[in-house]
Design a protein around this ligand. Structure first.
Ligand code: NAI
Ligand code: 15L
Length: 273
């Protein structure tokens, strides 16, 4: 975990969706340190809450359940949803209908800020020899990336029309360590992810801001120049893993779309993979 907060609790009640997912399990103990009560939500039951936690299960596609999930929270870290390329129907239910339900509940309950787990796959069809910033036109690499692009646009609409602030995090690859050569560029450590989420919750004014979620890697495709106001300062780097990763994956097939494009294998993923 990163250094604990020195200024005491910052929020009364924070909501973490997707709390039983991979990143939800990482962020659960970390975010608890910043709030009086951490409300955890997931599709299914999650067992008993710990001290300072409460659990409100909800299917994102169920508007009434989402309304109850959102009532009474100060801010939301929204990780819930489909996180890989899949068939259209679950993506539609969780990432499109689900996100609309979330923002409508946010509007009704006057929640001030959402940190939305978008994805690097909104721009996955840029090439790995290109560098882009957060204002580059979107080039989703599949239905999953397209649903995250919808999410970013929805967040923009709710800022422009309703004054609800969002930071859309285009998370790269958040794993304990980079798993392959692509992740030397896309990796974000769990500690840096915590720093990114806390900075996104804490920055004084964000409107709708977009930021790539990456560590301070030597190989880099993404330029966060326009997101300096968020105050995210990554402290980790994939470089220390390079030798091991390159030894595991010594050769690259340069005609493979997964090697050509930033989205990696997502650019050729079939919906049922
Ligand atoms: P995950 O798949 O482990 O967690 C997402 C959770 O959302 C799952 O546990 C799933 O059951 C839940 N969920 C799906 N549909 C739901 C619904 N209709 N209602 C309620 N819950 C539902 O994914 P992970 O890796 O933890 O990622 C968290 C978020 O971050 C996702 O939104 C993902 O798209 C995004 N992200 C993650 C990256 C990573 O490196 N892990 C990279 C880029 C984006
Ligand atoms: C994502 O959006 C996925 O949720 C995650 O599982 C990783 O595969 C990541 O992107 C990536 O691009 O490595």
């Amino acid at each position: 975990m990163s250094t604990p907060p020195t200024t005491g609790l910052r929020w009364n009640r924070l909501l973490l969706t997707g709390a039983a997912g991979k990143l939800g399990r990482e962020l659960r103990p970390r975010l608890k340190r910043y709030c009086e009560t951490l409300r955890l939500s997931h599709l299914e039951a999650m067992g008993e809450p710990g001290a300072g936690e409460e659990i409100v299960p909800a299917d994102l596609a169920d508007a009434a359940a989402v309304d109850s999930m959102v009532a009474g929270v100060d801010a939301i870290v929204h990780l819930g949803g489909i996180s890989t390329e899949q068939r259209w129907e679950p993506i539609l239910a969780s990432n499109i209908v689900g996100l609309y339900n979330l923002y409508e509940a946010v509007r009704r309950h006057g929640v001030k800020r959402v940190v939305f787990a978008s994805s690097n796959h909104v721009t996955g069809f840029y090439r790995q020899d290109e560098s882009i910033d957060t204002r580059a036109p979107l080039r989703p690499d599949g239905l999953y990336g397209l649903s995250k692009a919808f999410g970013e646009n929805l967040a923009q609409l709710y800022w422009d029309r309703h004054g609800i602030e969002t930071v859309s995090l285009r998370i790269g690859s958040s794993f304990a360590e980079p798993l392959d050569r692509r992740m030397l560029a896309t990796w974000i450590s769990h500690d840096d992810l915590e720093r990114l989420v806390v900075a996104s919750l804490s920055a004084p004014v964000v409107g709708h801001s977009i930021i790539y979620g990456v560590s301070d890697n030597s190989t880099s495709w993404w330029d966060n120049t326009h997101a300096g106001h968020i105050g995210y300062r990554p402290q980790d780097s994939s470089e220390g893993f390079r030798a091991a990763v390159e030894a595991r994956q010594p050769r690259l097939d340069r005609s493979d779309p997964a090697v050509i494009y930033q989205g990696g294998a997502f650019v050729r993923a079939e919906p049922d993979e």
